[in-house]
Design a protein around this ligand. Structure first.
Ligand SMILES: [Zn+2]
Ligand SMILES: [Zn+2]
Length: 381
């Protein structure tokens, strides 16, 4: 019988009013590593890292401690932080150190929130953690100007859009995620106005993805002809594991369906399924998700059931979009963008640029399966 144990311990110590020290230890039958990370409380910036290999089995081992130094100066809540750590520490040296460092930093971030909450309670003793998080606009350290950030961090920060493998030019630019009124009760956008606006701002097409609503294919074709514009059908379906935008599925689904069952339907229909805004609300108000790392998120079973991940959606925060992009890139899943417009002026905020020329629903599904597309920021308010 094989017995294998792994222990990971993270401890946070408040050194003084301005400094936290995160202690991390990972110990299993193969590795034993230890980290001390000094982090400033006001900017959540890494001031120093010490690392030790207590035991190692790979030749890459000892080098990791030197490379850890390169993460000094990074701010733990800045855009693309975990990607930087993976790049600096993980890919060049050791992913165990990278993961432990990230866990230390996430825990320090959580601790800093609790410290700030305690502080705020001095003036308002009934302040709940939830109310504090909602009102705490100062939670994030102010972003430093771009050049300054470059100086501070050895790796360039990630752009808002996930870096495409190759830049697609031409092709077809489609907003894949749009809600119309009255088909979606939460939308105030009459379909005709929405189409006209999409046309006016220079999109090539839109997909009507009303909630659990199957558009009649002839009605949609008629709309396209009337407006001289590419109008396609999709459907945003509520599942037990979040919202899915599906294409090529005519089945009328009401209520909440199990993702597994929806997956079977989509496969049987030869359709395509994109998980919409997979981390909506996760990084702002959901205290239970604090400390969620892209690695942990990648293990969510839902990602095994979807064909692509929506990484640009205007109804979530930039951090949530970036987090989704990190998870998708870690999993090697294709990524899309869509506005999730519920108002006329929101259409085209984000879109997806396809390399292919798309004229109808079949073209769209084939293009989605080709994986030759990229999410784009088209009209960001
Ligand atoms: Zn949704
Ligand atoms: Zn939606």
């Amino acid at each position: 019988m094989l017995r294998y144990e792994r222990n990971k311990i993270i401890g946070i110590e408040k050194e003084d009013d301005h400094t936290l020290i995160a202690h991390g230890m990972l110990d299993d039958d193969i590795y034993s590593i230890q980290l001390n990370v000094t982090i400033s409380l006001d900017r959540l910036e890494i001031l120093g890292i010490e690392g030790w290999w207590n035991r190692w089995t790979t030749p890459g081992g000892p080098r990791a401690t030197e490379l850890l130094e390169k993460a000094v100066g990074c701010r733990i809540e800045e855009e693309g932080f975990s990607q930087k750590v993976h790049k600096i520490v993980g890919r060049q040296a050791c992913r165990h150190f990278a993961n432990l460092l990230l866990e230390c930093c996430h825990s320090a971030g959580e601790a800093s929130l609790v410290i700030r909450w305690e502080e705020a309670k001095k003036t308002d003793k009934d302040l709940s953690l939830e109310a504090f998080l909602k009102g705490d606009v100062s939670r994030k350290p102010k972003a430093a100007p771009a050049e300054q950030a470059e100086e501070e961090c050895p790796v360039e920060s990630r752009p808002l859009e996930p870096a495409p493998k190759k830049k697609i030019t031409g092709g077809t630019l489609i907003d894949l995620h749009v809600h119309t009124s009255p088909a979606s009760p939460c939308s105030s956008a009459p379909v005709d106005q929405l189409i006209e606006e999409a046309k006016r701002i220079g999109l090539d097409g839109i997909c009507l993805t009303d909630h659990n609503y199957v558009w009649d294919s002839e009605a949609v074709e008629k709309l396209g002809k009337e407006h001289g514009f590419l109008v396609l059908r999709g459907n945003e379906i509520t599942t037990d594991q979040g919202d899915m935008v599906v294409f090529g599925l005519d089945k009328d689904i009401t209520g909440i369906i199990r993702l597994e069952d929806l997956r079977k339907d989509v496969l049987a229909a030869g359709g395509f399924m994109i998980v919409a805004h997979p981390f909506r609300g996760f990084l702002t108000f959901n205290i239970g998700q604090l400390g969620l790392t892209p690695e942990k998120a990648m293990e969510r079973p839902l990602f095994k059931q979807v064909d692509a991940v929506e990484v640009l959606n205007s109804k979530v925060t930039e951090d949530e979009n970036n987090f989704a992009a990190e998870v998708a890139s870690g999993l090697g899943l294709p990524v899309t963008g869509g506005s999730d417009a519920h108002e006329v002026t929101e259409v085209g905020t984000y879109a997806t640029r396809f390399a292919a020329d798309i004229q109808n629903e079949q073209d769209l599904i084939a293009a989605l399966k080709s994986e030759d597309y990229e999410p784009v920021v088209f009209r960001k308010q």
